[in-house]
Ligand binder design. Structure first.
Ligand SMILES: [Ca+2]
Ligand SMILES: [Ca+2]
Length: 118
């Protein structure tokens, strides 16, 4: 398949399934610096708490507590991160991507929300 036909099929997919922006909008949280190791994907409006499931509708991922070292955020999204669950401790509001979250914030994130515009 050449470049033109893959672009054409991508556009056809977009026309068929809705806007590509909302389909691709997401935040990627990485275990290690420079986007290495395991990745936790948060879709638009997905709000992760890295503690045991309390059954109240949040996305519980206790396996991700205090591990995040880098992130990538889609162009139309904002990533919010907290040191502790329930919005406690320090809070970061970030767009774009960063290969290392900093010595001070490394392996400390316990809650994250990905919010995208549509
Ligand atoms: Ca880490
Ligand atoms: Ca923490």
């Amino acid at each position: 398949m050449n470049g033109k036909s893959s672009l054409a099929s991508a556009l056809l997919m977009a026309a068929t399934f809705g806007t590509t922006a909302s389909a691709q909008a997401k935040c990627l949280l990485y275990e290690h610096r420079d986007f290495a190791g395991e990745v936790l994907v948060l879709r638009d409006n997905e709000h992760a708490k890295m503690v045991d499931n309390r059954g109240d509708g949040y996305y519980y991922r206790p396996d991700w507590n205090d591990r995040i070292s880098s992130y990538k955020v889609s162009a139309n999204c904002t990533l919010y991160m907290w040191e502790h669950v329930d919005g406690k401790g320090w809070k970061l509001t970030r767009t774009g991507q960063l290969g290392y979250i900093s010595d001070r914030r490394n392996d400390e994130v316990s809650e994250a929300l990905c919010a995208c515009s549509r």
